[in-house]
Design a protein around this ligand. Structure first.
Ligand code: ADP
Ligand code: MG
Length: 305
């Protein structure tokens, strides 16, 4: 049976000792660590919609895991394992080899095991990954905790992936194809950040979710946005468009009190963080440049728009 030989050949590697039962039975088995909550999310990538059809399969495998680990990180949780639901138009061994290698490379980098899934045939290549993680009960960082006076911060750089999508072959394409889930930073922000989200649909729109859930507003300083040198050569409005409305960044945007921000700065972090604004009482998102109000309208990515 082709289905079972695909699973055995490409998706049945040794799993780590924290998994009681992995690929091969009707379900996987895990023992929850004491006093931890299960954190769980899913994300689907559809060929032609979420990535160009000719994207390198290794990158597709990496990204399908990375976007899920980014959601786990955005809760402050530690990623543990993933499930993979794969719909393939045909069996293409070169593609499966590259894809599974990319998927396992991302899993290995972040200490995650593939513990099960489903493999089916369908006219469209579709990859759906479910990720599981753990967090101490009650410690998850949600979108609803931002407080007036908190700083708004972002990790890494924003706008790189959106720029790369329009300039394929540019060195920033690795930021589009191989996003880095901010797993270490996310866990360090547990107990420090008041709210958090990962940026998949553009900073302005995703920060907007925090503002709505927290019933507050924010002011962002356009001069502080962490933008790559390649984008800095563009006209300013264009730079802001990429940085605020470009998708696929997979950076973390979070709010944090000034006191906790000082504590965070004393920690060793594997990615830069930038303070880009402040939470305010007045609803909505406003922008300043050189200390002067600047009116801008941005719309991030929307499905069914
Ligand atoms: P069932 O028919 O009971 O749903 P399947 O035949 O679909 O089981 O799958 C057999 C085993 O292989 C299960 O443990 C399942 O979790 C695993 N599996 C199926 N497809 C994948 C995949 N793409 N990646 C990882 N594990 C998979
Ligand atoms: Mg099945």
């Amino acid at each position: 049976m082709a289905e079972f030989s695909i699973i055995d050949t490409y998706f049945n590697r040794q799993i780590n000792s924290s998994v009681d039962l992995g690929v091969g039975d009707d379900s996987a088995l895990l023992t929850p660590p004491p006093n931890q909550q299960l954190v769980i999310c899913a994300d689907t990538l559809v060929a032609g919609r979420h990535f160009p059809l000719d994207t390198n399969p290794h990158a597709i495998g990496w990204k399908s895991v990375a976007v899920n680990l980014s959601d786990i990180a955005a809760m402050g949780a530690k990623p543990h394992s993933i499930l993979l639901a794969l719909s393939l138009p045909q069996i293409d061994h070169d593609w499966l080899k590259g894809f599974s290698q990319g998927l396992y490379d991302c899993c290995d980098q972040f200490g995650v095991s593939l513990i099960g899934g489903d493999t089916t045939q369908s006219p469209h290549l579709t990859i759906s990954v479910t990720a599981l993680g753990w967090i101490e009960a009650g410690q998850a960082v949600t979108r609803s905790g931002a407080q007036i006076g908190d700083y708004v911060c972002v990790s890494g750089q924003v706008g790189d992936a959106a720029y790369a999508l329009q300039h394929l072959g540019h060195h920033l394409q690795k930021r589009l194809d191989y996003p880095t889930p901010r797993c270490q930073l996310g866990q360090k922000l547990k107990g420090l950040a008041s709210s958090m989200i990962d940026i998949s649909d553009g900073l302005a729109q995703d920060l907007g979710h925090i503002l709505k859930a927290s019933h507050v507003g924010a002011t962002l300083d356009l001069d502080q946005l962490p933008i790559d040198a390649a984008l800095k050569k563009l006209q300013q409005e264009k730079q802001w468009q990429y940085a605020l409305a470009g998708g696929d960044d997979y950076e973390l945007c979070f709010t944090i009190s000034p006191q906790n921000y000082e504590k965070l700065l004393q920690q060793q972090l594997d990615v830069d963080i930038t303070r880009i604004g402040k939470i305010a009482q007045e609803k909505g998102l406003t922008f300043v440049q050189n200390g002067v109000d600047h009116s801008l309208q941005f719309h991030g990515y929307q499905h069914f728009a």
